[in-house]
Ligand binder design. Sequence first.
Ligand code: HMG
Length: 384
Amino acid sequence: MDVGIDKIGFYVPKDYIDIVELAKARDIDPDKFTIGIGQDKQAVPQPYQDAVTLAASSADSILSADDKKDIGLLIVGTESSVDESKSTAAFLVDLLDLPEDIRSFEIKQACFGATAGLQSAYDFVSLNPGKKALVIASDIARYGIKTPGEVTQGAGSVAMLISESPRVLKLEHKSVYMTRNVGDFWRPTFSKVAFARGKFSNEVYVDFFTTLWDRYQAKYDVTADDFSTMLFHIPYTKMGTKALRTLEGKVSDEKYAELMANYQDSVKFSREVGNLYTGSLYLGLLSYLVNAAKANENLLLFSYGSGAVGEIYSGEIQPGFEKVIDKTSLETMLEQRQKISISDYEKMYEVEYHDGTIVDPAGVDAKFYLSEIKENERIYKKNN
Ligand code: HMG
């Protein structure tokens, strides 16, 4: 049975900051941010948005009433969870009007969470013919004002519906994975911001890619010539370039040029949004599908989550995939955002909601939002 991604959707908050303005505010040469890091804009969520509302928004953009009846599994990958006990997934059952007979939970392993969800969904759909699984990656990437990581923040979510006879990407069921206990990036439960050993994290990322790529080639007797495109976890768009550069001189010049060119198409959306943490690889997939993909292309996907877990797997783009992707709405969503000033971003960053907060719906510019915190319980609402 063929199993894979049948639908894929994305949501980004309506506000963003301009990376050149951020560089100037931090007294840094803008070229460092636009060329050295490779970002143009950074999504900024409203205080009434969190992993739950972002997840609801991307899922809502792809689900039909018929899909909802068939979903038997809901997994949310996130490292921005709002509760240490209740999963982000449980909140979504109401917000998305999903039926009760669903197994739902949250997965955390830094930016690897959604890939863990996707592979579990593959198993679930393979064992339960006719059933579908909804996998959502939802995160707010935060490092703190004036830290080296600030330029690599971002927010948003990607939702994927996994089914048999998928219309977007057939998963090949070929993968290699690895785990090492590494201190490259972490966020303790007391902290709203992540801590990173930045340059070390880059090295670990590249080491995971080269190790897994060697193992993948040996295990399945393939080379780079078997793939037209390699997609990467994209914490910032220069990062995948660093991994791809390890192939220079090891593959033909033509293949290297093709992989580099296709990588640029896969990072177009990320340049506009920033790090989605666990959604970043899948935003790269969506960007590639919208901007360059062709039917029957073989893709190699590298997933990396600090801490650290990595996986390389592959998939084949399905004929007619473009009919399932709402290219116009995605591009409109990105274009119709509003730029906010660096000082407004800094003020918004400081806002923290506590018990007793009631959000005025008149000030909400999103379909799903945090409406209230009552007895320390977060209550969400949907605008129709
Ligand atoms: P930094 O120390 O500010 O920057 O931190 P840098 O000095 O390394 O410079 C960055 C690049 O800009 C360099 O290029 C410079 O040469 C270049 P590179 O050598 O890397 O190719 N540069 C310039 N280019 C043009 N014009 C100029 C100029 N000046 C310098 N004038 C760092 C950068 C990414 C480390 C920092 O932003 C950071 O700590 N980010 C957070 C950590 C991170 O994103 N790590 C990525 C790997 S780990 C991962 O992917 C997992 C993660 O997503 C978390 C999870 O799994 O949940 C993060």
